[in-house]
Design a protein around this ligand. Structure first.
Ligand code: AMP
Length: 284
């Protein structure tokens, strides 16, 4: 695996691959790699010849007061994991390399960026869309892989690709979970043992909602109440506080009036100082 830190040598290297007829697949990450990221790499390898993983903690997508400074960073560990899973090129630019010289332009998301995560994390999706556009322009991949775990990001990046005519294939990879259901996340390292225990309620609440829907309930309010009751079950030492439980359509993430196959249930929950998200696509 090659580690590349700057845009110009990355472009030179990728030009050679393209001339050789290689299909390039992009996997953007913020590092602190876990099995979720590495599954994106597995899918990327099936989809092309050269896997480019980017490792960049993007300051633009952190709202003021969020965890940008304490976000876990361990380049040596990430590089070893990426290499062991078959990443061909690891691109790890500095903030200066990506945004040096005073950059003011931002890509602003559609109305789908305003609710849910966007309402709680002002500017987050503008930061995501701007960095994804930059990374796609730098790497010029044939395909790019994103995780279902960040479902609102999936919706908005898909829209970016379609509406700005990026000539790339979008690949969504299902959420990878721990054996007890907790979605893997770089932020799980923040959890204490009691918080980690409480955190299993996110996926449990989604499981309950799915079961109730399969049994015939199509009213979003009823499913939300089922989930609230799972989340509010007494959790000594680490209670859960839901930021939102969204029951929405897949295209615009607008509230669903009736729950049908394809409806998305997404939630964000605080446990202690840590914020966790999860979602399911019903009937998928
Ligand atoms: P991040 O480093 O958190 O920005 O994530 C980089 C990519 O990995 C994004 O496309 C995420 O959606 C994806 N990802 C993160 N966690 C998971 C997971 N548990 N399962 C699948 N994909 C994930």
């Amino acid at each position: 695996m090659d580690n590349i830190w700057e845009i110009t040598p990355l472009r030179t290297r990728l030009r050679a691959e393209r001339v050789a007829g290689k299909r390039i697949v992009l996997v953007p990450t913020m590092g602190s790699l876990h099995e979720g990221h590495l599954t994106l790499v597995d899918v990327a390898r099936q989809r092309g010849d050269v896997v480019v993983m980017t490792l960049f903690v993007n300051p633009l997508q952190f709202a003021p007061g969020e965890d940008f400074d304490r976000y876990p960073r361990d380049f040596a560990r990430d590089a070893a994991l990426a290499a062991s899973r078959g990443v061909d090129i690891l691109f790890a630019p500095s903030v200066e390399e990506m945004y040096g010289g005073g950059r003011e332009l931002r890509i602003t998301g559609s109305s789908a960026a305003n609710g849910w995560e966007g309402a709680i994390r002002p500017g987050h999706f503008d930061g995501v869309l701007t960095v994804v556009a930059k990374l796609v322009n730098i790497v010029q991949p044939d395909a790019a892989c994103f995780g279902q775990k960040d479902i609102q990001q999936v919706t908005l990046v898909r829209q970016l690709i379609r509406e700005l005519d990026f000539p790339i294939e979008f690949v969504m990879v299902p959420t990878v979970r721990e054996s007890d259901g907790l979605a893997l996340s770089s932020r799980n390292v923040y959890l204490s043992a009691t918080e980690r225990h409480s955190a299993t309620a996110l996926s449990a609440s989604l499981g309950e909602a799915t079961a109730v829907w399969r049994a015939g309930t199509t009213d979003p309010g009823a499913l939300r109440r089922v989930m609230e009751s799972v989340l509010s079950t007494r959790r000594p030492g680490a209670p859960l506080v839901a930021d939102y439980i969204a029951i929405v359509d897949a295209l615009e993430l607008a509230p669903a009036t009736r729950v049908v196959p394809g409806t998305i249930i997404a939630l964000a929950v605080r446990v202690g100082k840590t914020r966790l998200i999860d979602n399911i696509i019903l009937g998928a």
